[in-house]
Design a binder for this molecule. Sequence first.
Ligand SMILES: C[S@@+](CC[C@H](N)C(=O)[O-])C[C@H]1O[C@@H](n2cnc3c(N)ncnc32)[C@H](O)[C@@H]1O
Length: 314
Amino acid sequence: MSEKFHHVSVMPEETVNGLVTNLSGIYVDCTLGGAGHSKMIADRLNEAGRLIGIDQDISAIEAARERLADCRCRVDIVNSNFSNLESILSEQGAESVDGILFDLGVSSHQLDTAERGFSYMLDAPLDMRMNQQADFSAYDVVNSYDMDELCRIFKEYGEERWYKRIAQFIVEARKDAPIGTTGELVDIIKKAVPAAVRNAKGGHPAKRIFQAIRIEVNNELGILEEAFRTAVKHLRPGGRIGIITFHSLEDRIAKNVLREMSSSCICPPSLPVCVCNHKPEIKLLVKAAVASADELEHNSRAKSAKLRIAEKLA
Ligand SMILES: C[S@@+](CC[C@H](N)C(=O)[O-])C[C@H]1O[C@@H](n2cnc3c(N)ncnc32)[C@H](O)[C@@H]1O
């Protein structure tokens, strides 16, 4: 792997053990990153196996290409958004696959590269685009969203208690000049959040606002349900989907979609008898597993991670 690309994979053994059941199979990593999980998958596959890795971030693609250069199995790397999973699988001639992985969110590399503008700890231009070619960035959210739009994303995606005050302070501050950097935004947030709250435990005052803006810039939640359904649709019977989430909003979507697809009844609870005739498509194998104490000791990023694995039924 490129020496410059830092990311420690979360729950690597649990994920790969749960996902890979066919050593000659086709596996799709929808969030390739630096290919941590992918390299482990590829190392298990034999010459007949195939790995398809997808990432929207070109620097992740470059690092993964390097890391996966000498694999025994066939490797195909696709620079795209996994919201295009349906067409990617069709273009790759892989309509039916053995496993699909989603390790959501940003990589440590993205967070730690100051100029990507993801971190409230590093001063840089407001950016936060996972796809460097996209023409919509954190700058646009912070400088063009009106008060109501800012309130909505801070409340919904940041679950931030002081959403209204922070939105007000942003709208006020940008009257003088556009807000250009993460540092300026952090200063505004700090002024908006009362000192007593700011100094209490609960993390950096900008953490939730940065999460909210990042989710908005990359439409992180809006594409999940359809992507998970598309993934399950393209699994062979016995094939598996693995999903690693990092915050409650994305985890709720994963939990609800998998629960619905694994249920034999989706009637409203108020109905006395089942009328839906719903057929379960998957069986849940791993429900919200968390990292071991040992892993948490060397990877703090694993703290909020939850792993879910499900198997496609025949
Ligand atoms: C947590 S990292 C993956 C790390 C990887 N599993 C590893 O072990 O090295 C998430 C990666 O997914 C990518 N990503 C997030 N959302 C995406 C999307 N909708 N489409 C494509 N790539 C996405 C990010 O750019 C990032 O590189």
